[in-house]
Design a protein around this ligand. Sequence first.
Ligand SMILES: Cc1ncc(COP(=O)(O)O)c(C=O)c1O
Length: 533
Amino acid sequence: MLKLCFYTEDVEERCREMLFLYICSMSIKKYIEKKIVKHLPALARAVQRSMDDDKKIKLILGEMRGNPEMVDSLFPYRDKYTVNTKMPEKSSSKEEVMKQIREMHAIESAPWKSGKISGSFYHGDQDHYDFLNEAFSYYSQVNSIQRDVCPSLTKYEGEIIAMTLDIFNGAAVNKRNPEQKASGSLTTGGTDSIYQSVYSHREWGVDKKGITQPEIIIPISAHPAFFKSAHYLNLKVVTAKIDANYQADVNDMESKITANTVMIVGSAGNYGHGIIDPIEKLSDIAVKHNVGLHVDGCLGGFILAWAEPLGIKCPVFDFRLPGVTAISADTHKYGYSLKGTSTLLFSSEELRRYQYYGQVDWPGGIYISTGFNGSKSGGLFAATWAAMVHYGKEGYMKRAKQIFEVNTRLKNVVCSIPELKLFGDSLFITAIGSDAFKIYHVNDYLKTKGWRMNGQQHPDGFHFCITGPQVTNPNIVEEFEKDIKAAVEYAKVQKGDPKSAAMYGGAGKEIDPSMYLPMLTAYTDVTQSTYPF
Ligand SMILES: Cc1ncc(COP(=O)(O)O)c(C=O)c1O
C-alpha cells in the first residue's frame, strides 16, 4: 500500500492518501506506529522530492490556506478592517485612515518595546523616532536627484558621507597616497550598498584588468546580499570556508583568487554570530593580488566603530588597512536613522564613479544618478543627518557602551549554563548553540515566553542581537536568565524534533530540503497578496 501510494501519478491524490494513512495511524495507533508512521516522514520526503516546483508551490499555498495559525499570522486584521482588494470607490476621511494605522502600530509595537525581540529595532525610543519623523516630514516629498530646488540635500548627503568616513578613518587613504581620496554614497539599505559595491568592483575589473568573466570570493558566513548581487550582476560566485572560530578562512580565500577575481569579502561583524573576519589578513591578500576587498559593516559598522575609542579590544577593520577598498555601514541599523538608509564608502573617488549612470541624449533631458536608484526621498537624507548630528561621537559611544555591557552580561549567563555554548565572542550579539541537545528546543520554549531570537543554521543555533530596547529594560538580563534556564530544562527532556528546526533545515525530518525554496516562494507570494489569497 505504501508503495502504491508512492507511485500514484497524481500528486494531490498521493497527499490525500498520506493524510488518510496518517488519520488511520491515529486510530489504530500501536500497529500503525510500527508499520507506517515510522515510514511516513521518508514517504513524505519522497513524495515532496518527486513533484515539480510549481506543484510544490500550489500544494504549499493550499496547506497555508488551510492552516488557521498561518492565516492568522499573515492576515490578523482581515476581520477587523475592510480588505482592499480593489481601489475603494469612495474616499475615507484622514481620521478613519489614521485610526487603522495607529491601532495596528500600537499592537505591533508592544512586543519589541519589551526588549525581548532580537535586533530589528535598533534605537527603540519613541522620542527619537518622533525627532527623526519630524526631520523626515520636511523633505518627504523632495526628490534627492533635484538639487537645484533643494540644495540642502547636498549639505545632508555630503556631511553624512564625511561623518561616516571620519569614523572609518577615510583620511588614512589620503595619508598613504596624496593622489587618492576616500569617497562614499548614501544608499537605501545594506543590500543596496553591497549591490553598488559589487557593481563598482566588477566595472573596475573590466576597466582596469580587462576581466570579462568576473569572480567574487565570498565566505559562506557573509550576508546573502553578496550572493544576490553577484546573481543579478552575473559574477561567478566562489565560496570560501569558515574556520573553527567561524571566521573567513583566509588561506582558503587566497587559494581561490584567480586572474578573474574582482573582489573578496569580509564582514565586521557577520549577521549570524556578529563575528569580525580577519580583515587585516584579508587586506594583505587583497593588496598582494590587487583585488578589491569589501568590508561588510552593514550590521556591525556603526556599533563596532565605537569599541576602540571606548578602550574595548576590537581588531582594525577600516581604511587604515591598505587593502580595504569598500565599507558598507547601515545608518538604518546602529546609525539610528530611519529605515531605508545605508552608507557605502570607497577607498577612492574613482571606484565610486563606476556606479554613476549618466545619459546625455535622452529626450527627457540630461540624466545622471549616483547609483541604481532614481528618485530617493530627501526625507531620509534629512533624518539620517539629524540622527548623526544629534548623537555625535559622544552620543553614539554612550549607547554603544550600554549595548556592549548588556551583551557581556547576557554572554555570561550563557557561559554559566553547561549545556549551552557561545559561538564566537561578539561585542553586540549573543550567539548560542549546544552540544547537549537540539538547540531549537530552547528557541521553541523562549518563543512561548515572548522572546523572538534569530535562528541560525550550519551550525544549528540562534542569536540575540542587542539593541536599544534591551538597554532600556533594566531587568532584561534577569528575565533572560530565568527563561533560558527553564528553556534548557525543557530542551533536556524533549524527544522529538523542535518546531523551529524545520525553518532552518537543522533537524526537521518531515520536510525534504527540496521543499524549502518553494516554501519561501509561496510565503513571499502571499506576503504580497490580499486575503483570501
Ligand atoms: C551583515 C549584514 N550585511 C548586510 C545586510 C543587509 O542589509 P539590509 O537588510 O539593510 O539590506 C544585513 C542585514 O541584516 C547584515 O546583517
